[in-house]
Design a protein around this ligand. Structure first.
Ligand SMILES: [Ca+2]
Ligand SMILES: [Ca+2]
Ligand SMILES: [Ca+2]
Length: 396
C-alpha cells in the first residue's frame, strides 16, 4: 500500500526524434470524484495527457487499464499524489515506458509534410531528398532549383517559371535576362494563366516577380491576375522570381518580342524599285534599291546594278536613296566612207534610241548586204540585230 499525504514526480525524457510510450501493468488507487483525492497525472511541458485514479473507469473518473499513453515529444512527466487518508488499502501502481521512434514522414506540421519531395524515416530521426534536377535547400526540407543563369539573346522568345504549368519549385531565386543589341525595345507579354502565391493584405510577401528594365522597375507581381503586357522601352531586361519555402502555385509564362526604332518610309527612285517592300521599316531592316531595265543605279558618281541601305539604331537610314540613270550609248562611232542618222527625236543616244548607218552614195555600198539599224541596249551599247556591236563597212 502507498503512504498518505505524498506527492512524487518522475520526469521521463528520451532523445530528440523519439516519443515516450507509457503503460500500466498494475493500477490500484483510491477512487474519488474527478480524482480529487489520489491520482496519477501524466503531462508534457504544457499539456495534460491524462489523470487516473480508482481501479476501473467510471463515468467521471478514468483508470488506465490497457491504455497506452504516447507523448507528443521527447518528454513526459508523471506525478503521483495521495491525500491524507485512504478508506481502505490500495496497492498503488506499476508503470513502464519505452522510447519509440517518431515517423516524421507520416506527421504533418501545420499542414506541411516534413519533406518537400521525398522523406526517409529512420530510428531517431529522418531526412529529406529531392527529385532529379533539384537541390535540397539549406532548410533540409524544401527542394530548390538552380535558375539564376538564364540568358536570352534572340529577338523573340518564351520564358516560364520552372516546371510550368506544374507548381514551381520552392525556396528558389531565379534570374532570367534578355540582352539584345542597343536600338531594340523589348515588350513582355504575360499569359492570362498566372498563379503566384500572394496574401490578402500584404503585397506579395511570399513569392513574387520583379522586373528591371534599365532604370525602370516593374512589380512586384503575385496573385492570379496576370501583369499583361509590359513595354520596357529598353534592350536589356532582368526578370527575378523569388519563391519561399511553402505553397503550391502553378507559376507564369510570358512571350517577349523586340522591335527596333522605326525608320522613315522610303520612296523608290524614278524608274527604280525597293525590295523588300514593307509598310514599316525598323532597326536592322535592309532594303535593296535597283533600277528598271535600261537604267543604272547612280550613287556618288558610281554606277552599279543595286545599292543597299540599312535602318540604323537611331531610326535613320544608313544612306540616301540613289537615283536611276538611263543607260547612254553616247555618240555612235564613225563609219569610214559612211555617215549616221538619228532615228529618234532630239538625236537621243540613250536606252532604246535608234540610229542608222549609211554609205556615201553612189561610190560606196554597204557590206554585208544588210540593214544598218542600231539600237542603244540596256548595257549602254549600240547593237544591231545582225551584227551585234560590230559596225558594217562601206565598200567601193
Ligand atoms: Ca487517499
Ligand atoms: Ca524517425
Ligand atoms: Ca510559396
Amino acid at each position: 500500500s502507498y503512504p498518505s499525504d505524498s506527492e512524487m514526480t518522475w520526469n521521463i525524457s528520451v532523445p530528440d526524434g523519439f516519443k515516450i510510450k507509457l503503460y500500466f501493468m498494475h493500477f490500484d488507487l483510491e477512487s474519488s470524484y474527478l480524482c480529487e483525492y489520489d491520482y496519477v497525472k501524466i503531462e508534457t511541458e504544457d499539456q495534460e495527457l491524462a489523470t487516473f485514479c480508482g481501479r476501473e473507469t467510471t463515468d467521471t473518473e478514468q483508470a488506465p487499464g490497457q491504455q497506452v499513453i504516447l507523448s507528443p515529444g521527447p518528454y513526459m512527466g508523471l506525478t503521483f499524489r495521495s491525500d491524507f487518508s485512504n478508506e481502505e488499502r490500495f496497492t498503488g501502481f506499476d508503470a513502464h515506458y519505452t522510447a519509440v521512434d517518431v515517423d516524421e514522414c507520416l506527421e504533418k506540421n501545420d499542414e506541411e509534410l516534413a519533406c518537400d519531395h521525398y522523406c526517409h524515416n529512420y530510428i531517431g530521426g529522418y531526412y529529406c531528398s529531392c527529385r532529379f534536377g533539384y537541390i535540397l535547400h539549406s532548410d533540409n526540407r524544401t527542394c530548390k532549383v538552380e535558375c539564376s543563369d538564364n540568358l536570352y539573346t534572340q529577338r523573340s522568345g518564351v520564358i516560364t517559371s520552372a516546371d510550368f504549368p506544374s507548381p514551381y519549385p520552392k525556396s528558389s531565386d531565379c534570374l532570367y535576362r534578355i540582352e539584345l543589341e542597343e536600338g531594340f525595345f523589348i515588350t513582355l507579354n504575360f499569359e492570362d494563366s498566372f498563379d503566384v502565391e500572394d496574401h490578402p493584405e500584404v503585397t506579395c510577401p511570399y513569392d513574387h516577380i520583379k522586373i528591371k528594365a534599365g532604370q525602370k522597375e516593374f512589380g512586384p507581381f503575385c496573385g492570379e491576375k496576370s501583369p499583361g503586357c509590359i513595354e520596357t522601352q529598353t534592350n536589356s531586361v532582368q526578370i527575378r522570381f523569388h519563391s519561399d519555402n511553402s505553397g503550391e502555385n502553378r507559376g507564369w509564362k510570358l512571350s517577349y518580342t523586340a522591335i527596333g526604332n522605326p525608320c522613315p518610309l522610303v520612296e523608290p527612285p524614278i524608274n527604280g524599285k525597293i525590295e523588300p517592300s514593307q509598310a514599316k521599316y525598323t532597326f536592322k531592316d535592309q532594303v535593296v534599291i535597283s533600277c528598271n531595265t535600261g537604267y543604272k543605279v547612280l550613287k556618288d558618281n558610281v554606277e552599279s546594278d543595286s545599292f543597299q541601305i540599312e535602318c540604323l539604331k537611331d531610326g535613320t537610314w544608313s544612306n540616301k536613296i540613289p537615283i536611276c540613270k538611263i543607260a547612254d550609248c553616247k555618240a555612235p562611232p564613225e563609219l569610214e566612207h559612211g555617215f549616221v542618222t538619228f532615228s529618234t527625236r532630239n538625236n537621243l543616244t540613250t536606252y532604246q534610241a535608234a540610229i542608222q548607218y549609211h554609205c556615201q552614195h553612189p561610190y560606196y555600198h554597204m557590206a554585208p548586204n544588210s540593214t544598218a539599224t542600231y539600237t542603244c541596249d540596256a548595257l549602254g551599247q549600240w547593237r544591231s540585230e545582225e551584227l551585234g556591236t560590230k559596225l558594217p563597212s562601206c565598200r567601193p
